[in-house]
Design a protein around this ligand. Structure first.
Ligand code: ADP
Length: 198
């Protein structure tokens, strides 16, 4: 059985999360969402998000790729930040990256949806507080930190939907950067239910 066949589509958001969605915004929000398949360090956006660890001093996976592409001054700035708690987000320059800034967030180890949503919410909050308008997210926690991919994708897309509803005019584009084939299939399966076009 192929992966795409085994993906269960979510219930309508209002039922699943017990919150009303503003259907009148469907088209406007859907237009702000993109998928990018590949390396997040190639994206020229206002900010790319790093799935960091709590030291903020670099690690493997996307963290290693971002530090490698940004160059050593990124780590120098990270050193001044005093680490980062799970769910928090902190911003630095992008240095040699094409993106202007990096927003570092620390995902939960394992399946903790509320903590993962906090990563997405706080990253968007940092973006808006700096008056930046475009952002790209990797699939936070789904690599070394072991959060199951489908469940993580639901938490991520739900939280981005909710934040965009409340801050529609502050954000121009949110890109889900998908690196693994599994995530490409999952996001293609579920995005329309969180960002339908009416
Ligand atoms: P975590 O420790 O939060 O699980 P990882 O870096 O191990 O973070 O994995 C998070 C996601 O980032 C995984 O889907 C992984 O495949 C993906 N990833 C790894 N390198 C890159 C990259 N260069 N660009 C985008 N995504 C990447």
């Amino acid at each position: 059985k192929s992966l795409s066949e085994s993906i269960k589509l979510p219930e309508p958001i209002a039922m699943k999360e017990n919150c009303a969605i503003n259907i009148s915004k469907n088209n406007i929000l859907a237009e702000k969402i993109s998928i990018f398949e590949g390396n997040i360090t190639n994206l020229a956006v206002d900010a790319i998000v790093n799935a960091a660890n709590s030291s903020l001093l670099g690690g493997g996976g996307v963290d290693g790729a971002i530090h490698g592409a940004a160059g050593p001054f990124l780590k120098e700035e990270c050193r001044t930040l005093g680490g980062c708690q799970v769910g928090e987000a902190k911003i630095t320059g992008g240095y040699q990256l094409p993106s202007r800034y990096v927003i570092h967030t620390v995902g939960p180890k394992g399946e903790y949806p509320e903590k993962l949503k906090k990563c997405y919410r706080n990253s968007l909050e940092v973006l808006v507080s700096k008056k930046l308008r475009t952002i790209a997210f990797p699939c936070i926690s789904t690599g070394i930190y072991g959060f199951p991919n489908l469940s993580a994708a639901h938490a991520a897309t739900y939280q981005v939907r909710k934040y965009l509803e409340d801050n529609t005019d502050q954000i121009d584009r949110v890109i889900f950067c998908l690196f693994m084939d599994e995530d490409k299939k999952i996001y293609k399966g579920i995005l329309q239910s969180y960002f339908p076009i009416s």
